[in-house]
Design a protein around this ligand. Structure first.
Ligand code: CA
Length: 342
């Protein structure tokens, strides 16, 4: 094929530059493998953050996935050890090592000698308006970058994040895990002015990994497929043994965010102004979606002079929330790519 062939990707179809910010994590690991198999993405870096497990483990797990995929060209940068203002709360369902107890060899490669926030700044500033962030962990790294380098808000193309919910949480009745862990970080991101697409529990909990999906992964024939199948099979068995109620298997939260970035037809988006509850003792980390004015807050307390009931911000429907999903369309792409069939 000659370079001037007309079927080469043009500017519209060229791979899009992304940074993946992640806390692997079982579904993160599958999301990373899926992303590295997706020709629509030019992954400029993977930045690891504390979340499902402490950051030393999320870094190691990201490095493992890069090695398994044969993509050691992708730099992995270590990020925040703890949320902006809170102590780290990790997730028990991902096991002590973050991969549900599946042991892959220790990675031979190392993270780059550059903190995640500096890597984000350098990569975005080098190509203003071209680099997007797919954020599938607590938003500490992204928030820290936006605070340290305020000009990034105008230079980041968009952020597609897994997190939040307009229909109840999974850590508390109000809060989804990623936002629960770092509500202040999430608030920084959602108030930054960057165009955000929120892929939350409203849609991810409709995308449950099943035995049929795992069997399809097990039919794959290369190292990446085998790794994905091992992680998925182990997770499904653990899920059954621990008797997690309410769902027959793990929701593919993070892979759905990657899929949404690649193919917007996987979900239906609706515009909201999304604010994060950071004060509530029972509700911190709740994402509150306003679909119309006014942005009313709680009734004012008698002993305070401020009228907190008043609208507190200008209504700008800046966050696009995934409100419906086509699970079949998602799983078709996700499983086929992991199994090496597409
Ligand atoms: Ca995650």
């Amino acid at each position: 094929m000659q370079p001037h062939d007309t079927d080469l990707p043009g500017p519209e179809t060229a791979p899009r530059k992304v940074i993946i910010d992640t806390d692997p994590g079982v579904d993160d690991a599958l999301a990373l493998l899926f992303a590295m198999r997706s020709p629509e993405l030019k992954i400029e870096a993977i930045t690891a953050v504390a979340g499902n497990v402490p950051v030393d483990l999320t870094v190691s797990n990201a490095l493992r996935m890069v090695e398994i995929a044969g993509r050691t060209d992708i730099p992995v940068a270590a990020g925040a050890r703890a949320p902006l203002r809170r102590r780290l709360v990790t997730a028990t369902s991902h096991g002590m090592n973050g991969l549900g107890g599946i042991e892959f060899p220790a990675p031979e490669i190392k993270p780059v000698n550059e903190p995640a926030t500096d890597a984000i700044e350098r990569i975005v500033s080098r190509s203003p308006g071209e680099v997007s962030i797919i954020a599938v962990g607590p938003l500490t790294n992204v928030a820290t970058a936006l605070q340290a380098y305020p000009w990034l808000a105008k230079q980041i193309r968009e952020i597609v994040l897994m997190g939040g919910s307009l229909s109840g949480g999974n850590m508390t009745p109000a809060a989804e895990f990623n936002i629960y862990v770092d509500p202040e970080g999430a608030s920084v991101v959602l108030r930054s002015g960057v165009r955000v697409t929120m892929v939350g529990l409203d849609v991810t909990r409709k995308c449950i990994l099943t035995d049929n999906h795992v069997r399809a992964l097990e039919a794959g024939s290369d190292a990446l497929s085998h790794a994905a199948a091992r992680i998925a099979r182990n997770d499904l068995e653990r899920w059954r043994q621990t008797g997690q109620t309410g769902s027959p298997g793990r929701a593919m939260h993070d892979p759905l965010a990657v899929a949404t970035f690649i193919d917007r037809g996987v979900v239906r988006l609706r515009e909201y102004f999304v604010a994060v509850e950071t004060q509530g003792e029972l509700t911190a980390g709740e994402t509150v979606g306003y679909s119309e004015v006014p942005l009313r807050q709680s009734a004012p307390l008698k002993d305070l002079s401020t009228l907190s009931e008043a609208a507190s911000a200008t209504f700008v429907p800046i966050t696009r929330v995934a409100v419906e999903v086509d699970p079949a369309r998602f799983f078709k792409m996700f499983i086929a790519r992991l199994a090496g069939r597409a």
